[in-house]
Design a protein around this ligand. Structure first.
Ligand code: HEM
Length: 436
């Protein structure tokens, strides 16, 4: 573990310490709001705290201005993920984040997570990058496939089988790289079954996904994007000819408002599902196991009372907000005394909002009995994660089967427990337990 002085140097705890100058900021942004918050965006600063989001909790304190402004990340990768090259407003307080996610008149999703633009593709990511009222027709089309009842009927048996097999394969070994060999693999296997992709694409999917989200290299991102889109288009064409009972086929042969989907809508939908459901679950699993390894009383709590699993999953989600979602202002307006202009970028700082003491009692305490746990890890409003029920089910079944088979575990001595508090998360997490 790093000592406190080192951590405070990396993660300053006052606005004065992170104030910065940025000549590229638009003229209407007050200079005293410009601060360097890239430390909290999860793509550059790792730490090894038990609660890796702890250094950002102060940003939702009552003394912090309601709107801050962050220059773009130095590495230039932010724009690929939707950050504006002229910087973004940052929203750290619960109440304001709630407004940004819910107020679609002032805040738009256009262009969000449209990595495909990096290779000149113009189709939209459906449904994420679509604003209401158009959004609802896509959402209504997709919702039935992700409903809790459908997951129980069609997916739960397969999820349980896969997770049981994966745990049985490691139980007697007494160790696993939970991030690389488990968290990264498990959601991809579930997703392949959901969509109907053939098992032999498994390694390619893992590699493409890694290159797009984690390589940090524009060239690798573009190569992977070309590969994945070429493959998804060929798979869609195959399903046109040979329908089956899986989700890709249902999309390809589905109807929205009584008409078939266009080619752009088909690829936009299949592509965004591919992007949305893999790394998010992987990052969540890795951070959840890291937290349990470093705080074994959470293991004891769940082992002694498995009825707490649902509440524990919700608390892992709240305390691990892996994404800070972006929006763009649709018009000029004044908010909390500052002028916002149409086109301004906004980042909602979920690692602050999920710990806002005005909303959550004892926000840093991991409490699986917490009531009304309305966090932002799946955002809120109309774009609330479509895969949230599926993700929760994957995590619950994993914990359910894990605690039946694996005794108390720890981080393997001599290995790293470093984490990027965000989607970049953890590359390797070596866990160890005693084998009887
Ligand atoms: C723990 C795992 C997951 C997390 C943390 C997560 C997080 C999110 C977030 C933050 C958003 C909203 C982004 C925004 O509005 O800017 C979102 C939307 C979405 N997610 Fe997830 N996600 C997870 C799992 C999944 C899974 C498993 C799937 C599907 C297989 C999925 C599919 C989607 C889709 C389709 C949307 C767009 C919804 C819309 O725009 O109406 N997600 N997710």
């Amino acid at each position: 573990m790093s000592d406190q002085a080192t951590l405070e140097k990396i993660f300053p705890q006052s606005l004065d310490a992170i104030r910065t100058e940025f000549a590229g900021a638009p003229d209407h942004v007050p200079k005293d709001r410009i601060v360097d918050l890239n430390i909290a965006m999860g793509s550059s600063h790792a730490n090894d705290l038990v609660d890796p989001y702890e250094p950002f909790g102060w940003l939702s304190g009552p003394e912090i201005p309601r709107l801050l402004f962050n220059p773009p990340p130095q590495n230039g990768m932010g724009s690929a993920a939707g950050a504006s090259p002229s910087g973004n407003w940052v929203v750290p307080h619960y109440e304001d984040i709630d407004r940004v996610y819910s107020d679609n008149d002032h805040f738009s999703n256009k262009g969000t997570a449209e990595f495909q633009a990096l290779i000149g593709e113009t189709f939209r990511s459906i449904p994420l990058a679509i604003d209401p009222p158009e959004h609802s027709k896509y959402r209504m089309f997709l919702v039935p496939f992700f409903s809790p009842a459908r997951i129980t009927r069609d997916l739960e048996p397969r999820i349980r089988k896969i997770v049981t097999e994966m745990i049985d394969a490691i139980a007697d070994k007494g160790e696993v790289d939970m991030a690389w060999d488990f968290g990264r693999v498990f959601p991809v296997r579930i997703f392949m079954g959901l969509m109907g992709f053939p098992d032999e694409k498994f390694e390619d999917f893992l590699e493409w996904e890694w290159d797009i989200l984690h390589s940090g290299s524009l060239e690798k991102m573009q190569g992977a994007l070309r590969n994945v889109l070429e493959y998804l288009r060929s798979f869609i064409a195959e399903k046109e000819k040979n329908p089956d009972e899986h989700l890709t086929s249902s999309i390809v042969h589905g109807k929205i408002e009584g008409r078939p989907l266009t080619e752009e809508e088909k690829i936009g939908t299949v592509w965004f599902l591919w992007l949305g459901g893999l790394d998010t679950v992987a990052a969540t699993i890795s951070q959840m196991y890291r937290r349990m390894a470093l705080q074994p009383e959470i293991q004891t709590m769940i082992r002694e009372n498995p009825a707490l699993i649902n509440g524990a999953v919700e608390e892992f989600l709240r305390t691990q907000p892996i994404l800070s979602s972006g929006r763009r202002a649709t018009r000029d307006f004044e908010w909390h005394g500052v002028q916002v202009k149409a086109g301004d970028g906004f980042s909602c700082l979920n690692p602050a909002g999920n710990f806002d003491a005005s909303r959550f009692k004892d926000p840093r305490t991991f409490d699986p009995t917490r009531k009304a746990n309305r966090h932002f890890t799946f955002v809120g409003g109309v774009h609330i994660c479509l895969g949230a029920h599926l993700a929760r089910r994957e995590l619950r079944l994993l914990l359910d089967e894990w605690f039946k088979r694996i005794p108390e575990f720890r981080v393997k001595p001599g290995t790293s427990s470093t984490v990027y508090p965000g989607l970049l998360s953890i590359r390797n997490l070596h866990l160890q337990w005693d084998v009887k």
